[in-house]
Design a protein. Structure first.
Length: 369
């Protein structure tokens, strides 16, 4: 069995976030772009993956098309561990984080999709999980800045059934606005996206110490300052981080520094399912909770569902708070009453709807063979 070709394409899906579009890398964010990876084999089985992502898609796609994908042509798609070990090492001089690793992540997810289809098993079963049909989601709100919009959207998320809600804000005023709009038993998280120095982070942690945050996510700039993050953790609010960490050994550094209570590897960034499994096992060895980071709506999200469904700890699933015009992977990327269904078909359990791919595709499909 051999890989005969790899196809890459981007779909751009319009969405409504419940307020004015936020700026993402300096541009208004009005469409969710998904970089899709399709791996074809000589026996007709195909796998779908997703490589990170969002506004860096053009760079990741270039790395995929010109550098990473050609190295997989003619190789055995079932040798996932061997291929990923070989090609991570072969490409390491080009960076251990960023578009090259994102590209590897997308192909790795597609290879696991193929593995599940070959075994005629949903991926979570292949990963050692028991029968799992439903997971608990948390609403991950985008940044609004305006406390009134924070309150409005937090209340809407709660009324839709979410018992866990995460803000992307940087003020206590926003936290209090959300708390006033939701039930007293709802868990509230705050993701600040690395805005503060260590001293500023400590000061903010002290201000919010009695606000009942379920976790405080990435308060420190830069995210590589694990020692600084450990200092903030001593203030008593549970600390979450890891979406910017570069694979297994970066997480080991986080754990050695005792910097986090909750580790957040992202399957489309760290090297795919192969690498995230290692990080989950490492977290278990260190006694650190692992809650995968997954603000996606394509194969990266589906892969996260399966990885989480195979975990005994049953962590909550991140669901970006937005209403999308359409999605080629519906209904599996939609939460109902704050709950998500786990696909039961083989592999990821859902190939994309070709009509939606055609309607919302941007640019051309690139085929590497």
């Amino acid at each position: 069995m051999k890989i005969t070709s790899i196809e890459t394409s981007i779909v751009a899906l319009p969405f409504d976030m419940g307020g004015p579009p936020q700026l993402f890398a300096g541009k208004p964010w009005t469409h969710l772009e998904i970089l899709l990876v399709k791996v074809n084999t000589d026996i007709g089985i195909t796998g779908w993956g997703e490589a990170f992502g969002h506004v860096v898609n053009a760079s990741t796609k270039t790395a995929l098309d010109t550098l990473v994908a050609p190295l997989f042509i003619g190789r055995d798609p079932t040798n996932i561990n061997g291929l990923m070990r070989e090609l991570q090492q072969a490409l390491h001089l080009l960076g251990r984080n960023g578009p090259v690793v994102y590209a590897l992540s997308g192909i790795d997810i597609a290879l696991w999709d193929i593995a599940g289809k070959l075994a005629n098993q949903p991926l979570y079963r292949l990963l050692g999980g028991g029968v799992q049909k439903q997971l608990t989601g948390y609403a991950s709100l985008l940044r609004y800045t305006d406390p009134e919009l924070v309150s409005k959207n937090s209340g809407r998320a709660w009324k839709r059934g979410y018992q866990y809600i995460k803000l992307h804000e940087v003020t206590r005023e926003a936290v209090l606005a959300a708390k006033d709009a939701i039930g007293a038993d709802v868990k509230l998280m705050l993701d600040t996206n690395c805005p503060w120095s260590v001293d500023e982070s400590v000061a903010m942690a002290r201000i919010m110490k009695n606000d009942g945050l379920y976790w405080l996510e990435e308060p420190v700039w830069p995210p590589e300052d694990h020692a600084g993050l450990a200092i903030v953790r001593r203030e008593g609010i549970p600390i979450a981080a890891g979406e910017n960490a570069a694979g297994l050994f970066d997480f080991k550094s986080l754990f050695d520094a005792q910097a986090v209570d909750i580790a957040q590897p992202s399957v489309t960034k760290v090297g795919g399912i192969t690498e995230i499994r290692k990080i989950i096992a490492l977290g278990e060895a260190y006694g650190v909770r692992v809650v995968p980071h997954c603000p996606y709506f394509g194969p990266g999200f589906l892969a996260s569902l399966h990885v989480i469904a195979a975990m005994p700890s049953n962590p909550i699933v991140e669901v970006l708070w937005m209403d999308m015009e359409a999605n080629p992977f519906n209904p599996w990327v939609q939460a109902e009453g704050g709950e998500l269904r786990v696909p039961q078909g083989p592999g990821l359990g859902c190939d994309p709807d070709p009509a939606i791919l055609e309607r919302y595709g941007i640019g051309s499909v690139t085929k590497i063979q």
